[in-house]
Structure formats: C-alpha cells, structure tokens
Design a protein. Sequence first.
Length: 394
Amino acid sequence: MVEVLIVGAGFSGAAIARVLAENGLRVRILEQRPHIGGNMYERTDENGVRSHVYGPHIFHTNSERVFAFLRRFSDFFPYEHRVLGRIDGKLVPIPFNFTSLETLFPAQQAKRLEERLLAAYPGREKISILDLTSSGDGELRAFGDYVFDRVFVHYTAKQWQQPVEEVDASVINRVPVVLGYDDRYFGDKIQAMPADGYTALFGRMLDHPNIALELSCDALGRLSLREGKLYLDGKEFPGPVVYTGAPDALLGYRFGPLPYRSLEFVFEQLELDSFQPAAVVNYPNEEDFTRITESKKLTGQVLPGRTTILREYPAAYAPGAARGGIPYYPVPNEANRALYERYRGALAAYPGLLLCGRLAEYRYCNMDAAVERALDAAQELLREWAPRKTEEKA
Ligand SMILES: Cc1cc2nc3c(=O)[nH]c(=O)nc-3n(C[C@H](O)[C@H](O)[C@H](O)COP(=O)(O)OP(=O)(O)OC[C@H]3O[C@@H](n4cnc5c(N)ncnc54)[C@H](O)[C@@H]3O)c2cc1C
C-alpha cells in the first residue's frame, strides 16, 4: 500500500488526506500544532462560546463541488456575513454602500452622489475604490477620496504597516464600493457556516482508517531533503510528500525569510446578551486594533447573558516569537513573489514533493479556493500513485 506523507492538518492537508484515504492510499499527517483544523480551529471557552482562535472564518463559495465535498462532513446553516465600520463616530456598512453614504452625508448630497454613481457606472453593482479615486468627475473623485481616507488609508497602514500607496492593488481591491444597498460582505451564491463548527467538521474528515495523525509534531525535525530525495526520520521516503507549510522554513531560510504580516487576538468574556450589532465591526481609524469579532454571532449559538469578543491587532511577523509568531498574510509584491519563486524553483528538484496551500504557495486564498486546489491536487496524486498501487496488487 502506497504511503503518503502530509505536512499540515488545515483544509489543504485534510482534504487531500481524505480523498487519498478513500481511494486506498495510506496517509500519515504530521501537524505541528496540538490540534487539527489549521487556522479554522475553534476553542470553546468557560462560557460555552465557540471562538475562532486564529481570526473569524466565514465560509462562502461559488463552487458546488467544494460545498458538496464539505457537506459530507458537516451540516451547514445559512449565514450571510455583514460587517459594520466605525467611521466619523457612526457605524456604517462595509463594504461602503448607499446606506453608508446616506448615514455619513447630508440627504441631498447623498442622493446626488448616488445618481452620479449609477450614471457613471451603468449596470455595475460594485466598483473598485481605485476606479473612484481616478474618476474624471470631480465630485465622484472627492467622494472616492473621502471613502479611501476613512475606510482604506489608516486600516491599510495598521494592517500592513506600509503606506497605502505601497500596498499591492490586489489587497485594496479585496474590498469594493457597492452601488446599491446590498450590505452583505460577500457576493457568493453559497454562504453558510458549519452547524457544529469547523473543528468538528475536520474531526469527521480525518476520521478514516487509512489516516494516521500525529499532533504537536513539527515535520521539519523529521523530514529532510538531500539530492532530490526526501527522507523521513533518516530513511528515504518512497511515497509522495504533500507539504502545506512555509517553503522558506523547509529550506532553512536559505534565500532569506518570506515576509508575512501577523496578528494578535485578545479575547474578552462578557456578561452580556450582545456586545455589538454585527458579528464583525471594523475600526479603520483611531484604534490600534482593526476589528472586533463577537464569536457567537458567527457560530449561531444562543447563549443569553454571555458573549465573547476578540480584538484583532496587526503585528510584525517574528518567527517563533510569542507575539507575532504566526505567519498570517503573505505580503504580496513583486520582490516577494520573486523570492517565493526562488524557493519553488529549488524545491522543484524534489519530484516527490507537492507544495499545496496558503503557506506553501505563498498566497492569500479563501477556504473554498484552498479546498478546490486540494481536491485537484488529490486527483493529480491519484493519477500518479493509484495505478501503481493496482500494479503492486497484481
Ligand atoms: C485572519 C484570517 C481570516 C481569514 N478569514 C477567512 C474567511 O473568513 N473565509 C475564508 O474563506 N478564508 C479565510 N481565510 C483564509 C483561510 O485561513 C485559508 O484559506 C486556510 O487557512 C487555508 O488552509 P491551509 O490548509 O492551506 O492553511 P492552514 O490552515 O494554515 O494550515 C496549514 C497547517 O500546516 C501546519 N504546518 C505548517 N508547518 C508545519 C510543519 N513544519 N510541521 C507540521 N505542521 C505544519 C500548520 O500548523 C497548519 O495547521 C482567512 C485567513 C486569515 C489569515
């Protein structure tokens, strides 16, 4: 029986493991944390509130294939995510929409701006803030500058510790301006949350007789790479290795560390029915933190008189440090992509190694994209390794 080694028990590693296991391959997973689920892991506190330990994770997708796969391991309840932002002392919908406009501008001016926006971008439901700040219409440009300043400039400086002009346009374009009243944060046709949480979903996904899981095990202490071959515990590993960790760490940071931004979450338990009117409230401007998440508004738990909130503080990434020790967001720019390509190029010398996931591919990806990529990767591996298994049987 072919054995496959997988480093990491997040969505990338777990989805591949499950598909391979169901197709008769034996899978060994090494996970450095003491728990499964990667960054989707949740913890239930003394109040019974389930919180996303590594930041709020909302499932949304247009992929029926991904949703069908995940629904095998959990029921989901419909959940449409709405975010408010504190701007000029008022709570308004983010992404900025017509309700935000009408809350912050005098009625007549708001009406005029809405008419001009609809006339300038006919048939469009969303535009990029960069469309607005470069508009040929002076009034729309001034409006764009206002939104850019209040929603993007300070938030981006906090989050990325860089002036907004230096941040990749792909980051700025993640949050559009909505030409209407749709106040949902995501536009995907499937928006839902796992009924009893992600950790339970992962538990069921990994519960298969062909999957062996080792927690609290840093693969870097067990796995070595020499002259095109992969070794586990000093012995050549004959099967494929799927690596969902950071590629610079795997090569001992030989070309220098890949830059990341980190986060720090500060939890607070409160004796309240409700702390804030939405699951997430952004604080783009004055505060040091970027947002507050109220956990039970994401999990759908009904817990009168008890709630848990988490404040999210951006932090410099410092590998191994107590604060800022976790790589959360790759910093997208040309130099960093080139650095990543050097690592990928060096690792291409190991044909048995497959890089998969947000760290291994050094890119921000939502959960659904991670699962979709994992399902494709599993098919790739099956094409190569499942026939060999049949031959071995014969
Ligand atoms: C703050 C934040 C919020 C997000 N919110 C959303 C959201 O709302 N919706 C959404 O769709 N997506 C969201 N995402 C994206 C989502 O987190 C990713 O899509 C997902 O984490 C990808 O899964 P993964 O398995 O590739 O990575 P991970 O979940 O990071 O899993 C990788 C695993 O590998 C393990 N590992 C790494 N190195 C080693 C090693 N040397 N040895 C052993 N194990 C190792 C890690 O411990 C980890 O468990 C968010 C991301 C962040 C940072």
